[in-house]
Design a protein. Structure first.
Length: 327
């Protein structure tokens, strides 16, 4: 009798086994439950980073399927980095040596007046983002993230970084929606309205590749705002610090039209700790050094102080747009 029951169920081997609940046998090969994404709208944007096909990815248990390699979902965050294969990319780029910025884009944009207290980004971004079309905003190299600022502006905020903590754990838990590499974004072409790229370019292996990726995912007329190191000291393995001319050409040669490009903190303020050693009020002394130097430049009259400050900036800020009718 036991043998007959064993043959019928295909797995019982003893009289004790025949008393095991049938449900145990029925759910043995049940699929794993699907893990929800932290950002529910993210699935609308995702595609394979290889871009051979922009077919949407699909959820299967605790992974995303269709990327070309394993993409686990950790606490609702897809990880496109841990199992990513090595990447080879070829690119075409025009290098017009004569490309130089016009004077009108090299100054600080007009003051936008009072900003809301919740806006925790560089002030020049506020009027640009406030007046721009709303939709998805991708924050590349987001670090700790800044969801409140961009969500309050009306954007669907998607913070992306190369890792789950980005070496900034001392600032608290990072708020990111996707772990991915800026050199191969798993985002559909022409799907994003705006990109924030603050203090990221200097950390990349190949900024031109990343810039082409950003241009690919932006909609025509899309907005790019951010900052980049110039004379700031090396930090977090930074390796690609750009002068204002280099940054202008990086943007323009990859299909963007620069809206503004201007200096932020000067080298004297950035390196105040080294210049003034252990003196108190180092930053204040750095600002005083900058003002005295620029007053001397103005007195000599050889070059506008604003232009000279571009050559001595620790950090440069920029805004650029993808043309509405790209050639």
């Amino acid at each position: 009798m036991h043998k007959a029951l064993s043959n019928e169920l295909g797995g019982i081997r003893s009289a004790g086994d025949c008393c095991k609940p049938m449900a145990h046998i029925a759910v043995k090969n049940a699929p794993a439950p699907v893990i929800a994404l932290k950002q529910p709208k993210l699935l609308e944007l995702l595609c394979s980073p290889n871009h051979k096909s922009e077919e949407p990815l699909r959820l299967a248990g605790n992974e995303l399927i269709g990327a070309g390699w394993r993409v686990p979902i950790v606490n609702g965050i897809p990880d496109f980095v841990t199992y990513a294969p090595k990447m080879k990319r070829s690119m075409e780029i025009e290098i017009p040596i004569e490309a130089v910025p016009q004077a009108e884009i090299l100054g600080h944009p007009p003051n936008s007046g009072d900003m809301p207290h919740w806006f925790q980004e560089a002030g020049f971004k506020y009027p640009l983002l406030q007046s721009h079309a709303k939709g998805f905003l991708l924050d590349v190299g987001a670090g700790q993230g800044n969801r409140r600022t961009f969500a309050n502006l009306g954007y669907d905020y998607i913070p992306l970084d190369i890792s789950f903590n980005s070496q900034q754990s001392k600032l608290g838990a990072a708020d990111i929606d996707i772990v991915a590499d800026c050199h191969r974004l798993p985002i559909r072409s022409r799907s994003v309205e705006a990109v924030n790229c603050s203090a990221v370019l200097e950390h990349l292996y190949c900024p031109p590749v990343a810039m082409q990726e950003i241009g690919r995912i932006l909609k025509p007329g899309g907005l790019l705002v951010g900052s980049c190191s110039f004379l700031e000291g090396e930090h977090f393995d930074s390796q690609q610090h750009y002068s204002y001319l280099g940054l202008f050409r990086l943007l323009e040669c990859n299909g963007f039209k620069v809206i503004c490009l201007f200096p932020g903190e000067s080298l004297w303020e950035s390196h105040a700790g080294s210049i003034f050693l252990g003196l108190p009020a180092k930053k204040l002394l750095g600002r005083l050094h900058r003002r005295l130097y620029l007053s001397f430049v103005k007195l000599m009259g050889n070059e506008p102080p604003e232009r000279r400050l571009l050559r001595h900036a620790a950090v440069l800020y920029f805004a650029a747009a993808k043309p509405s009718n790209p050639e």
